[in-house]
Ligand binder design. Structure first.
Ligand code: NAG
Length: 475
């Protein structure tokens, strides 16, 4: 990437010169510029009073089915309550740990379980209620449900299959932004019989007076229980699909950021994408601090410039979207670790999934340590700062407006790499100018590509061809 016109102040000019004199000639692939001030301004803007009017939907291409997608901070019910950006970051990271814990738990359960029958009936009656009950929820789609159709904010979740929403009458419902869905006011609501294929496909189900009951627990204490039913779902002005199996939740615990429910975009048979037989879906996640929106699209054409990588199948768990990440490049060079550390093992362990609900990319610790060391080694000219929450590599950029940072890219099987922008790996954690390297290690075998690394990129899941595409700047 060639340096483009940027207003370099004296401090960054000095840094620029230091790096120039101390690095090799081909440094244009080793370093790139980051606009410190722009990210900080966006962080500070979260705390300036703003109107809650959501911006106009921006359509990319002319897709068959499309929903608007919003970051958490623009949800009327989830405006930050934190006192400042430091506190906001800490609460985001706590939620993120809870999300990762829930993904890892589900992964290890699926590896140890031979069949769903090991769930006891007691588990169905009283779901685990310990924990902080946050529910996931970083990005939200506006989905129409029922006839006449009513719009609801739904958590976009590529890490689970079942879509559900809170339903009247509520035994237990958490607060939500939209009125709670009333199935008796919808002409298209049909409870599913126990013998239906959709009911049989549930991992946890029960039968009451020939109505199918579902339950989903997310491992952080949040859960939903209710009737499994079919409904008509409406995708903005782009179309409707009848007879989609969704959960009508009468007992729901969690926060889910005040969304009405959750949209499951996993790889299993009950996910929305599987049920509507979508050949593909794609989303673009706008910056978590911005107030703009983007789209979640089904069956739309992939951008011609997309970097393609294989989607993989893990026979032990079909819900997660596994991708063939084989390496990480820092400063234009591959970080030295065995690609086996990122591969799916014969026992179903390991592998790398891509997830809309996890914020910070988690790498298994051996890989993370090598990547971190490579980055820190090349960023030695940046003023170091103490760690922050789960981040161990931070910098004090408070006295700079523009800095040169090592490049980072994700290397996929087939030879293609996706270059991350600095905002995808160096993020502000307070409003004073402290930035941290936004990757972290996990003790488990599973690695997760999170949404900080996906922001600003259209990610296209080509389910029919088992390929994932990344197109930068296509929000
Ligand atoms: C941010 O808010 C927290 C919690 O209210 C407070 O303890 C902390 O001192 C604040 N930090 C700054 C930098 O204002």
């Amino acid at each position: 990437m060639a340096p483009h016109p940027l207003s370099l102040n004296l401090a960054s000019f000095i840094i620029f010169s230091l790096i120039l004199t101390s690095s090799a000639a081909d440094d244009e692939h080793q370093f790139e510029f980051m606009d410190v001030a722009a990210a900080l301004n966006q962080a500070r803007q979260v705390f300036t009073p703003a109107t809650t009017v959501l911006p106009q939907q921006q359509l990319y291409g002319s897709p068959p089915l499309s929903l608007t997608i919003h970051p958490r901070s623009t949800l009327p019910s989830a405006r930050p309550t934190a006192a400042n950006y430091t506190a906001l970051t800490l609460s985001r990271l706590a939620r993120d740990q809870s999300r990762v814990h829930s993904l890892l738990l589900r992964h290890s359960l699926s590896l140890s379980r031979s069949s769903a029958s090991e769930f006891s009936p007691q588990q169905f009656q009283s779901p685990v209620t310990s924990g902080i009950r946050l529910g996931s929820g970083e990005y939200f789609a506006r989905l129409g449900v029922g006839r006449p159709s009513k719009d609801f904010y739904m958590v976009v979740d590529t890490g689970s299959d079942i879509s559900w929403l809170q339903c009247q009458p509520c035994s237990t419902c958490y607060d939500q932004a939209d009125p709670i869905f009333n199935p008796s006011a919808s002409a298209s609501y049909r409870p599913l019989p126990c013998a239906s294929s959709q009911c049989s496909a549930l991992e946890v189900s029960a039968c009451r007076t020939d109505s199918c009951l579902y339950q989903v627990s997310y491992g952080d204490g949040s859960y939903t229980v209710g009737n499994f039913a079919t409904e008509t779902v409406t995708f903005g002005t782009t179309g409707s699909v009848p007879n989609v199996a969704i959960g009508c939740g009468h007992h729901n615990e969690g926060l889910f950021a005040g969304a009405a429910g959750l949209l499951g975009l996993g790889g299993g048979t009950l996910s929305l994408n599987s049920q509507i037989k979508a050949a593909s879906f794609s989303y673009c996640l706008v910056n978590r601090d911005s107030s703009s929106s983007s789209t979640l699209e089904f069956n739309s054409a992939r951008a011609a410039d997309a970097v393609l990588a294989p989607l993989l199948t893990n026979p032990r768990i079909n819900t997660y979207h596994f991708v063939a990440l084989t390496g990480i490049n820092v400063g234009g060079r591959p970080v030295n670790f065995s690609p086996d550390l990122l591969a799916i093992g014969g026992d179903g362990r390991g592998g790398v999934i891509i997830d809309s609900g996890t914020a910070v990319t988690r790498l298994r610790s051996e890989v993370y340590n090598s990547v971190r060391d490579a980055f820190a080694g090349m960023a030695r000219d940046l003023p170091a700062a103490s760690g922050f929450s789960l981040f161990d590599t931070c910098f004090d950029l408070s006295r700079m407006t523009t800095v040169r940072v090592p490049t980072v890219s994700l290397q996929f099987a087939g030879g293609k790499a996706v270059a991350l922008r600095p905002s995808n790996f160096l993020i502000p954690v307070d409003d004073a100018g402290k930035y941290c390297f936004a990757f972290a290690g996990t003790s488990g075998s599973l690695s997760i590509i999170g949404n900080v690394q996906q922001q600003g990129t259209r990610v296209s899941y080509d389910l029919a061809n088992k390929v994932i595409g990344f197109s930068p700047n296509k929000c």
